[in-house]
Design a protein around this ligand. Structure first.
Ligand code: NAD
Length: 467
C-alpha cells in the first residue's frame, strides 16, 4: 500500500496537535510526580488532564490501572514501612496485607457496564460517564492504601483526581502519588490525571473543597471531614467513622468466634474502621468465649481500678480517643497502667457495661470491651445501639438464621460479616472487592468505579429496535 505525502503530513500535524495539547496541560509548578504546592495549580492541571482522560478508551484506562498495580506492587514493603514510621500506627505485616488488598482486589473498568433498553419507540443507551475532577481526602489510618484504591477506581471511571492527604501521613501518601504517576507515565497515560497537594493543611483542603473546577468530593475519614464535604453543596461521597460490634450468640462456634474476633480486632492494632471495637455476648456462652479469647492471646484485665484509669486515659471525652495510644500494641498501652505484657499478646479484653466509654466510642486500639447480655434479642439491641446508626460495619457469630437475619435487618450496616473476622468483609481471606472507602453516610456502600460516574441516557428515537 502506498501512502501519499499529504496524508503523512496530515497525520504528523494531528499527532503534534495532540502532544501540544498534553504539554499545554501542565501549568507552571507541575511535575511528573503529580505533587503541587499550590491548590489552584493542582486543580487546573487535573482539570486540563481530564479533558484528555475523558476521551481515552476503556482499554487505555485499563492499561494505566494495570500498570499502577504492577508498578506499585514492587513498592509494597517500602510503603508499608514508611507508613508505619510516619504515623506510628499499626503492624508492618498487616500493612503488607492491606497494600496487597488495595492493589490486587480493587476493580477497574470491568465494573462499568453500560445498559440498553429497547421498545417500540426506539433505543435508549445508559452509559456511566465521569464527573470530572474529584477532590479526594484520605485518612491517616490507611494512607497509601487509600491513594492506591481511589486512584484506580476514580481513573477507571474517567475522572482525574486531586488528593488532599492527611497531614500526619502526607510524606508516605506523596510517595504513593509519585509512584502512581511513574506508572501512568510507563503506561503512556496523560500527565496530571492524579495529582496531590504536596504539603496539605486544613486551609488548603478547604480551598480544594470549594474550588469551582472540582465537581465531586470524596472524604474517607472521621465525622468532621464527611460533614465538611457535604456542606459544600457539591456531589459528595462520604466514608465516615464506624464502631463495629461483634455479636456472639449461644449457637455460635465459640472457639472459632473467639479466634476470629481476636484476629479481627488486632488487625493493624485496630486502626481499620472495620475492626471489631467491642463484643456483645450472650451470658450462657460469655465465660467460654472469654476463655477461648485468652487461648488466642488475649489478656483478660479484671482490676476495676486499672480499667477505670485506662478508660479515663484512652478516651478522655466522647469521640476523642487519645492519639498517643491509637494503633499501639497491647504491651505498649498496658505499660502505661503498670501492667507488663509480652509482645505476643494481641488484645486486651475486659468486661464492661453497655454504656461504657470504650464501648460507645470508636477507640482504634487493641483494647476490646466485652458486654454480657441475657439473650440474643438483647444482644441485637445492644449491638445496634453501639453502632449508633452509622451503617458502617457489624460482625455476627451465630448459626441461627433468625438471629443473623434480624441483626442484619436492624443494624443496616454497609458491611455485615458472618462467622468470620472483620477483614473478610473487605476481601482479605473473604469474598469480593477491597473496600478502602466505605460510604455509609451517603449510601454508596463499598465504592467501586461506578460510584464515581454519572448515569447518562442516550436515545435513538424510532429506530434500531430490530425485533
Ligand atoms: P480524619 O477525619 O482526621 O481525616 C481524614 C481527612 O480529612 C484528612 O485528610 C484530614 O486532613 C481531613 N479533615 C479532617 N477534618 C476536616 C475538616 N473539618 N475539614 C476539612 N478536612 C478535614 O480521619 P483519620 O483520623 O485520618 O482516620 C480515622 C477515621 O476515619 C476513623 O473515624 C475511621 O473510622 C474513619 N475511616 C473511615 C473509612 C471508611 O471507609 N468509612 C476508612 C478509613 C477511616
Amino acid at each position: 500500500m502506498t501512502v501519499n505525502e499529504s496524508v503523512v503530513s496530515r497525520i504528523v500535524e494531528l499527532v503534534s496537535q495532540e502532544l501540544g495539547k498534553q504539554e499545554a496541560a501542565i501549568p507552571a509548578g507541575g511535575n511528573r510526580g503529580g505533587l503541587f504546592d499550590d491548590v489552584d495549580q493542582a486543580v487546573e492541571a487535573a482539570w486540563q488532564a481530564q479533558k484528555i482522560w475523558q476521551r481515552t478508551s476503556l482499554e487505555e484506562r485499563k492499561k494505566v490501572t494495570d500498570k499502577i498495580i504492577e508498578h506499585l506492587g514492587k513498592y509494597i514493603e517500602e510503603l508499608s514501612r514508611s507508613e508505619l514510621e510516619e504515623t506510628g500506627y499499626g503492624v508492618y505485616e498487616d500493612k503488607i496485607t492491606k497494600h496487597k488488598n488495595a492493589l490486587y482486589q480493587t476493580p477497574s473498568v470491568e465494573d462499568i457496564v453500560p445498559r440498553m433498553q429497547t421498545d417500540d419507540n426506539g433505543v435508549a443507551l445508559f452509559e456511566y460517564a465521569p464527573y470530572g475532577v474529584i477532590g479526594a481526602l484520605t485518612p491517616s489510618t490507611n494512607p497509601p492504601e487509600t491513594v492506591i484504591n481511589n486512584s484506580i477506581i476514580m481513573l477507571a471511571a474517567g475522572n482525574t483526581v486531586v488528593f488532599s492527604t492527611h497531614p500526619g501521613a502526607h510524606r508516605t501518601s506523596n510517595r504513593a502519588v509519585e509512584l502512581v504517576n511513574e506508572a501512568i507515565e510507563m503506561a503512556g497515560g496523560p500527565k496530571n490525571i492524579i495529582v496531590s497537594i504536596k504539603n496539605p493543611s486544613m486551609e488548603k483542603t478547604n480551598q480544594l473543597l470549594n474550588h469551582p473546577k472540582v465537581t465531586m468530593l470524596c472524604a474517607t475519614g472521621g465525622p468532621g471531614v464527611v460533614k465538611a464535604i457535604l456542606s459544600t453543596g457539591k456531589k459528595g461521597i462520604g466514608a465516615g467513622a464506624g464502631n463495629p460490634p461483634a455479636l456472639v450468640d449461644a449457637t455460635a462456634d465459640i472457639p472459632k468466634a473467639a479466634g476470629d474476633i481476636i484476629r479481627g480486632c488486632s488487625y493493624d492494632y485496630n486502626i481499620p474502621c472495620i475492626a471489631e471495637k467491642s463484643v456483645v455476648a450472650e451470658d450462657s456462652i460469655c465465660d467460654r468465649l472469654i476463655e477461648e479469647m485468652q487461648k488466642n492471646k488475649a489478656y483478660l484485665l479484671k482490676d476495676k481500678k486499672i480499667i477505670d484509669e485506662m478508660t479515663r486515659v484512652l478516651m478522655p471525652a466522647e469521640d476523642s480517643p487519645n492519639k498517643k495510644f491509637i494503633g499501639k500494641s497491647p504491651a505498649h498501652i498496658m505499660k502505661q497502667f503498670g501492667v507488663e505484657l509480652s509482645d505476643d499478646i494481641k488484645a486486651v479484653i475486659f468486661e464492661a457495661p453497655r454504656d461504657h466509654m470504650l464501648v460507645m466510642n470508636e477507640q482504634m486500639m487493641p483494647v476490646l470491651p466485652v458486654v454480657r447480655v441475657p439473650d440474643a434479642d438483647a444482644a441485637i439491641e445492644v449491638a445496634c445501639d453501639i453502632e449508633h446508626g452509622r451503617r458502617h460495619t457489624a460482625i455476627c457469630h451465630s448459626n441461627n438464621i433468625k438471629t443473623i437475619t434480624e441483626y442484619a435487618r436492624r443494624v443496616q450496616c454497609t458491611i455485615f460479616v458472618n462467622n468470620g473476622p472483620c477483614f473478610a468483609g473487605v476481601g482479605v481471606e473473604g469474598v469480593g472487592n477491597a473496600a478502602l472507602t466505605i460510604a455509609g453516610p451517603t449510601g454508596e456502600g463499598v465504592t467501586t468505579p461506578v460510584t464515581f460516574t454519572r448515569k447518562r441516557k442516550c436515545v435513538l428515537a424510532g429506530d434500531l429496535n430490530i425485533r
